[in-house]
Ligand binder design. Sequence first.
Ligand SMILES: Cc1cc2nc3c(=O)[nH]c(=O)nc-3n(C[C@H](O)[C@H](O)[C@H](O)COP(=O)(O)OP(=O)(O)OC[C@H]3O[C@@H](n4cnc5c(N)ncnc54)[C@H](O)[C@@H]3O)c2cc1C
Length: 423
Amino acid sequence: MPFDPSPAVDLPQEPDVVIVGAGSAGIGAARRLLSQGLTVAVLEARVRIGGRTTTQLFKGHPVDLGAHWLHAGPINPLVKLGFERREPLRRAPVEGHFYVRGKPGRPFERAALDRAFDMADRAMTLAARAPEDRPAARALPAGMGPLGRRVSDIHGLVSGRPLGEVSLHDFPSMEYADNLFIAGGLGGYVARLGKDLPVRLASAVHAIDWSGGDVRVESASGTLRAKAVIVTTPMAVLQGDAIRFAPALPNEVREAIQGFTQGVYEHVILHWPDAPFKGPDRLATLTGTRRSPPGLLTRIDGTPFHFFELDQTHAAHFDRRDPHAPARFARDILAEHFGYRALRNLSVMHATAWRNDPWSRASWAVIQPGLAPIRDLLKAPVGERIWFAGEALSRAQWGTAGGAWEEGERAANEVVQKLKVSG
Ligand SMILES: Cc1cc2nc3c(=O)[nH]c(=O)nc-3n(C[C@H](O)[C@H](O)[C@H](O)COP(=O)(O)OP(=O)(O)OC[C@H]3O[C@@H](n4cnc5c(N)ncnc54)[C@H](O)[C@@H]3O)c2cc1C
């Protein structure tokens, strides 16, 4: 990856606000603060902006390595902004492909799976109203057989953990309907939104001193003093004590940070011109054999590229010393459905490993049973000068770029209020 230190942008030495991290949350926060006339410096550990949204060219086609879907269209701030900016948004198809043992499934087989999803969703939504939280898996109706397992696997995939490890109270609060895509990739879009912001790259923050009336933020590129700091570092990175706070964060804040688990979701990027799937951007469900792809998004943007998605259960078994294991896994499963001959011109271009990346350590943050309130707990500022933001704090859009953006803007609005009051 080329090192682009954004030389055009000067960073203020004593900004009003330092933002840690230039992903969706950090970019959303910076734009909001700047629009309110505050001075800002964004410190980013990587040599690029965008965090867990990034788009890379494969054979000349832009492909997202991280977030790709714009979920929850009606409430997603990136969708609203995208329409305002006349970005090339398009609605995601609702109908997906459905295959049984490599052949298009019959309507009644597809209808049975749809019914199983409806039954499970109703049961979970209802059960989540009970005051006592429990693992989301326990709310699934009993006796649903293989279809029930498929539903549970899909929900586990999009949650980032098996449903037995996900809070039932937290699970149905997530809005998923009315999805969109953007031509050129979501990573490309977020990078456009971050262009020309005051960001310093290769500047991992390792200490935040809030012992005085302000904050001193120490990074690989020096120390900045500011009135407030917005920390958008992923929860899994904070759990690893990448940033030392002095004085230490209050106990309840530290416990809330430790309450998240690592959501895992990885793309195995396939180039497969002869894939049997027709039409752009469709999910495909393959059933009827021993194993199924945890998730499959076909013909991305109408190209020969496809995402074979890995869930936590499978990704956890891959040895990080064997980078080809995800490719073999994807091939073996697709061969189970379509036969090896059908895979003749399939190439695996790349398999992501966000779970091993030191600046993300997960695809997103997941709430364990019993801990649903921690998203809100972390919204309260610490000492009136440290705010946390990022996907992990969004109630209705957790685990998403839109949720991260929303949280970045929320924290920025609160900082503006605070700094106005204190003059
Ligand atoms: C494979 C995959 C697929 C996904 N699919 C979707 C999807 O389809 N739709 C969707 O909406 N979401 C999806 N997500 C989730 C989405 O990418 C994230 O929820 C969102 O991008 C998080 O934004 P953020 O700003 O909270 O965190 P990040 O984007 O991680 O930004 C935080 C930034 O902080 C930086 N940082 C970390 N530590 C430090 C430090 N010490 N000092 C300075 N900087 C630091 C990081 O480098 C990073 O740039 C997916 C994620 C993955 C991995």
